[in-house]
Design a protein around this ligand. Structure first.
Ligand code: PLP
Length: 377
């Protein structure tokens, strides 16, 4: 099998897997208990928090463990600002559904949401945010949050977060970024990014599923996610998933250590794939900007059907993803492919290939050749 859907999830780092075992079978004490049996769990949580903080240049007390990207995103969108004030959220048209559907919920609760458009490359423009914020400043009775993803999960485009966050702060507005596709794949420095909140998910960087974290900048207020015990400094009650937290920290550290060499290999795989496709007669367009998450390829093929391609590649034991999905009547083109204005005769033929550290040049060539063979029928 060739697994090339690493933007969906990744294989667990072996060292991380090994480290989990002892916290499940031997040192399983509840980290909140005062007896010595629980000391190892408590120490492991502390060290994991320090390690994760170090990987993104944050302070340990700014890292809050969650169940993953969806929970981190929901926490911020639903809990920022003063309860007594009306909420205003400015986000983009190409966010993950963890943000878009949380915003939908907020609208039902009386909030106002603006969805910024993007360019054909999937970039949010500073001018568009500026205009939106200029209108916002006249509404004094509202609390506003800007939430723009660090990189898009479908087309890989990296957004100009530093300048968008700076602009938001100038207007006295909080800034959140969904960095789920970037953490563990590119160097992250929360201080340089200048964000107030940052969401991450372990299973995207070779950690376990169902664990992630939210960075909350020191001094920034966010209402607690869960009420209950005193875990996560009283902000996210619930007995900690120590084994997964430990594995997440190891996976992140390992990925960050090798980020430059892995990036170089992923870029080579991208080149091999494109070269093979360009030498064929396939009529396709590349989606996303040149400034993309390494290894993420999104292409739209003229008069093709992405879902059919996914299934035909699956028969060859190749896992990829699409930018569209068929229901019983129609092909639904994703909100991202629509927002970047992929022409109609290409949109339904969108596929995403996302290479990971375990892929090779050989995989890239095999996928390209298989795709060409299928399309040339
Ligand atoms: N945000 C982005 C950009 C994602 O790609 C994903 C997962 O696909 C999520 C959020 C949700 O993360 P999780 O699967 O950890 O809930």
């Amino acid at each position: 099998m060739i697994y090339a859907d690493n933007a969906a999830t990744t294989v667990l780092d072996y060292e991380a897997f090994e480290a989990m075992k002892s916290y499940l079978l031997e040192d399983y004490g509840n980290a909140s208990q005062p007896y010595s049996f629980s000391r190892k769990s408590k120490k492991a949580l502390k060290e994991a928090r320090e390690q994760i903080a170090c990987c993104i240049n944050a302070e340990p007390e700014e890292i809050f463990f969650t169940s993953g990207g969806t929970e981190s995103d929901n926490w911020v969108i639903k809990n920022f600002g003063a309860p007594s004030k009306k909420k205003h959220i400015i986000t983009s048209q190409i966010e993950h559904h963890a943000i878009l559907n949380a915003c939908k919920h907020m609208v039902e609760m009386g909030a106002r949401v603006d969805y910024l458009p993007v360019t054909r490359e999937g970039v949010v423009l500073k001018n568009d945010l500026e205009q939106c914020l200029a209108v916002d400043r006249s509404l004094e009775n509202e609390d506003t949050l800007v939430s723009i993803m660090l990189a898009n999960n479908e087309v890989g485009t990296i957004e100009p977060i530093t300048e968008l966050a700076e602009l938001s702060h100038k207007c006295g507005v909080l800034f959140h970024t969904d960095a789920v596709q970037v953490v563990g794949h590119m160097a992250i420095d929360v201080k340089k990014l200048g964000v107030d909140f940052l969401s991450a998910s372990a299973h995207k960087f070779n950690g376990p599923k169902g664990i992630g974290f939210l960075y909350i900048r020191k001094g920034v207020k966010l209402r607690p996610l869960n009420d209950g015990g005193a875990q996560e400094m009283g902000f996210r009650a619930g007995t900690e998933n120590v084994a997964s937290v430990v594995a997440m920290a190891i996976a992140l550290k390992n990925n960050c250590t090798h980020v430059d060499s892995v990036t170089k290999r992923l870029k080579e795989m991208e080149l091999s794939f494109y070269k093979a496709l360009d030498q064929s007669n396939i009529n396709y367009i590349r989606n996303g900007s040149d400034n993309r998450v390494p290894g993420n390829i999104s292409i739209s093929i003229k008069d093709a059907n992405g879902e059919m391609l996914l299934h035909r590649l699956d028969l060859k034991k190749i896992c990829i993803s699409t930018g569209s999905a068929c229901d019983s009547k129609n092909t639904q083109v994703s909100h991202v492919i629509k927002a970047i204005s992929v022409p109609n005769d290409y949109a339904e033929g969108t596929i995403r290939i996302s290479f990971g550290k375990n892929n090779s040049d050989k995989d890239a060539l095999f996928i390209a050749e298989s795709l060409i063979n299928i399309l040339n029928g």
